[in-house]
Design a protein around this ligand. Structure first.
Ligand code: CTP
Length: 475
């Protein structure tokens, strides 16, 4: 899909600039032709040589260079000669320059002159992203049609956690494809919405009178978002600080769930993950290709928001997520028993690939193959459905989330599965690619309220998004 597409990649000053090299590599691999444009700040983090070598094309860097201008890399040529402009990473300063329409450097001039769509991937410290000035700049740009991917929540260079990390290169690549295919969610950009929410949650004090001034043309939703940030009087704790202070006491009598919509402090969430193994005899079993990556990432993301998490996992080759109670099981029946033992819970996320059937009879000794004899035949019987059982349980968790692994008619099948299982949300999972065991996932969140299409994201990013949605739903 990217074959032959011409992309201008503007790299601005952020410690995450090294990831732009990986993005350039992925774009090149997908067949796109990439021109690198390094801002003065960007050049402090990656060298012109690295960006030029990886894009395999002459780099653009200097607005005043006669040489670059003469060789067709002046700002107008750059602006006209590309199908898409990507700013990754986009620093706080670059967003401010873009919002103000400054053109005193090559990136600014090209961005002003271009008619191509513009996608930005912000990266900065969480406090800079949460600052009302940055939120206002992001809102202004979003209103002008600039698309945003990220920033993500997680650990930053300064060993602090929060929202501000550059989206991972595969997620930026997916966003680039979506913009070029006109399938980028324009009206409701979930990345920006979540980021603005996070900024509001963590934001610090704003303008003196709490009423920032908006340039003409900024819509009321953006204005409301910025006003909400400005209205937060005191500096808020970082998500990391929230989790740190609240985790150990979450179970104590009287511990109140925090009011912060991004906090799961005081909540208990049950997660199933991995495959199940259904014994045929003492040495053989039926299983599936589930790696457990998605379920484990969900458990980790929920714990990072302060939840007490019980992770009931089939056999996987993954490390236990930090701050999570892990119960290891093999069969579907063991998994169900462990889930019921973990109740009550505020929410349950059934991400396990539970075997639908098990051998009706389990050999007590290894089944031997006999010379000339026909192979044994297996009779299967249905396993209990854990998701459906939890959804109809006397101690039903308040929110029950299931997954639907589909290779075709993904959303239609998920909608009927939602009704059949009796759960509240289905994360419909397109497994037609190499999702089982892979590192990325393309999902749709299906609920009674409708269907949300999420872009292809690393499984960790899907998990963080889902955890945030659960926190909001339980708030
Ligand atoms: N599930 C479960 N217990 C089972 C089978 C499935 O808890 N015995 C859960 C899974 O964890 C997942 C959802 O149910 O959340 C998937 O439902 P399922 O009916 O198994 O759908 P698919 O795996 O998508 O398979 P199919 O389309 O064949 O129904």
């Amino acid at each position: 899909m990217l074959r032959g597409k011409r992309i201008l990649l503007i790299v601005s000053g952020s410690v995450a600039a090294y990831k732009a090299l990986e993005l350039a590599r992925l774009l090149g691999k997908a067949g796109a032709s990439v021109t690198g444009l390094l801002t003065p700040g960007g050049a402090r983090f990656v060298t012109p040589h690295a960006l030029q070598a990886i894009t395999n094309r002459p780099l653009a860097q200097d607005l005043w260079s006669l040489e670059e201008e003469g060789e067709g890399r002046g700002h107008i040529a750059l602006a006209r000669g590309h199908d898409l402009v990507v700013v990754a990473p986009a620093s706080a300063d670059r967003l401010a320059r873009m919002a103000a329409g400054l053109s005193d450097d090559l990136a600014g001039a090209a961005l002003l002159a271009t008619q191509a769509p513009v996608l930005v991937a912000p990266a900065m410290n969480w406090a800079m992203w949460a600052h009302p000035a940055t939120v206002a700049n992001a809102a202004i740009l979003a209103n002008r049609g600039v698309r945003f991917v990220g920033p993500e929540e997680g650990l930053m260079a300064e060993a602090e956690s929060g929202t501000g990390r550059l989206a991972e290169p595969p997620a930026i690549l997916a966003a680039i494809e979506a913009v070029l295919q006109n399938s980028f969610p324009d009206a409701a950009n979930p990345e920006l919405e979540a980021a603005l929410d996070a900024a509001i949650a963590a934001g610090e004090g704003g303008e003196e009178d709490g009423a920032p001034v908006f340039p003409t043309g900024v819509g009321s939703a953006a204005a409301a978002a910025v006003a909400a940030v400005a209205a937060v009087a005191a500096p808020g704790p970082s998500p990391a600080a929230l989790a740190d202070t609240a985790m150990p006491d979450a179970d104590e009598a009287g511990a109140e769930p925090a009011g912060d919509p991004l906090s799961l402090v005081g909540r208990h969430v049950l997660v199933t993950s991995g495959p199940t193994q259904e014994a045929i005899d003492p040495v053989r079993f039926l299983a599936n290709r589930s790696s457990g990556r998605q379920g484990h990432a969900i458990a980790a993301a929920l714990a990072a928001l302060g939840a007490r998490v019980t992770l009931v996992s089939g056999p996987v080759a993954l490390a236990d997520p930090p701050e999570v109670e892990v119960v290891r099981v093999e069969s579907a029946r063991d998994m169900l028993a462990a889930c019921e033992a973990a109740l009550p819970a505020d929410a349950a996320v059934c991400a396990a690939a539970v075997a639908d059937w098990r051998p009706a009879e389990v050999g007590t000794a290894k089944i031997k193959k006999r010379e000339g004899a026909a192979p044994p035949s297996l009779t299967l019987m249905p396993n209990p459905d854990i998701l459906a059982t939890l959804s109809h349980h006397a101690r039903r968790p308040g929110l029950v989330v299931g997954f639907a692994a589909e290779t075709e008619a993904v959303v239609e099948n998920a909608v009927s599965k939602l009704a059949r299982k009796g759960c509240d949300w289905i994360v419909a999972n397109d497994v037609s690619g190499d999702v089982m065991g892979g590192r990325e996932n393309t999902v749709h969140l299906v609920s009674a309220a409708g269907v949300e299409d999420w872009p292809t994201l690393p499984k960790e990013a899907v998990a963080e998004r889902l955890a945030r949605r659960i926190a909001e739903a339980l708030a």
